[in-house]
Design a protein around this ligand. Structure first.
Ligand SMILES: [Zn+2]
Length: 328
């Protein structure tokens, strides 16, 4: 009997096997796991040395770059290629979120189940948007599942970022962007590579992830701040990328010429905070995109997870869907 429930992650069970999707904590009761992408809140399954994990090669490589750990027993998934696992057919498809990210199509017990993982429903400079998929059961992330999360036009945000950086350099400061090393770092690097001649200097943690992307055929151009980027940083004719894990005020103390910018969808909610600028650029779908995505998948049953899962499930119910949040 096919079932979906929350058990520190999404646990999908069929007649003969169970698969856990992106568990947040270690959890013993499953046969194998799926890791959708390399953001740390989704990679806990990689820390289990024994159980079989399914993930893309790109995600596994990024995890190794970020954590300095090599996960064991990982079966690589190729986008669009089905893998038989017990009585399931498992297929990873592009989710549009970050490099290597995958949604999961799972066929088992005559049910087509689709798990989005974190996803984006619009093209970016580095990722293609996710494609909707006809399914019986949809498990969808609802990080921005509230009506006031309406993201601005991406091209206009790109334009504002470049304008701000150019002005900041002209004023004698170094434009510094605080970004996730996986995802936004590649998008901002590519933005400046494509549309400007301003060199991109990277914190070592971002140097590692950018290099990993290039090892799969990427063409990102950047300079590590501890090596060749040091001179560029001194010249102040560059942009600089720092990981969001660093403290913004500390960076300003170390680099007094820095002007700092946040680049995140959450900018809609928190404004500038301690930053000099905030740009609303997200790797997730916004509210309208989430709704459109569900409609285009046409599922009989929807499970919502993360963020505004309850609120979004209620909205879907009012639209006539059988929807419920998966409890954390
Ligand atoms: Zn993510």
């Amino acid at each position: 009997m096919f079932s979906v429930k929350w058990q520190n992650g999404i646990l999908v069970t069929s007649e003969s096997a169970s698969i856990i999707l992106d568990p947040l904590k270690k959890t013993p009761n499953y046969d194998f796991a799926f890791v959708s992408h390399a953001h740390m809140d989704h990679t806990v399954a990689f820390t289990d040395p024994v159980k079989i994990k399914y993930s893309t090669r790109e995600t596994t490589a990024l995890y190794e770059a970020v954590s300095d750990r090599k996960p064991r027993n990982v079966v690589p998934c190729l986008y669009g290629k089905s893998i038989p696992v017990h009585d399931f057919q498992l297929k990873a498809v592009n989710s549009g979120h970050v490099f290597g990210s995958a949604a999961l199509l799972l066929d088992g017990d005559g049910v087509t189940f689709f798990y989005t993982g974190d996803f984006n429903f619009t093209d970016s400079l580095t990722q293609r948007a996710i494609s909707p998929c006809d399914c019986d059961v949809l498990a969808i992330e609802t990080t921005y599942g509230r009506p006031d999360f309406v993201f601005p036009n991406r091209e206009e945000v790109y334009d504002s970022i470049v304008q701000w950086a150019a002005t900041t350099i002209m004023e004698g400061h170094v434009p510094c962007f605080f970004v996730y090393p996986v995802g936004k770092a590649q998008e901002i690097t590519r933005l400046f590579n494509l549309y400007t001649s301003i060199p991109v200097v990277t914190h070592p943690s971002i140097t590692k992830t950018n290099r990993t992307v290039n090892s799969f055929g990427g063409d990102l151009v950047f300079y590590d701040m501890a090596k060749e980027g040091e001179e560029l940083l001194r010249s102040k004719n560059c942009v600089c990328l720092f990981p969001t894990s660093l403290n913004l005020k500390t960076v300003k103390l170390v680099h007094p010429d820095a002007k700092v910018a946040m680049v995140t969808g959450w900018g809609l909610r928190f404004g500038k905070r301690a930053a000099d600028a905030t740009f609303v650029l997200s790797s997730h779908a916004d509210y309208a995109q989430l709704l459109r995505f569900v409609e285009e998948c046409g599922p009989k049953k929807v499970y919502t997870v993360h963020g505004y899962a309850g609120l979004f499930a209620n909205k879907l119910k009012r639209m006539g869907f059988d929807a419920e949040p998966l409890e954390h």
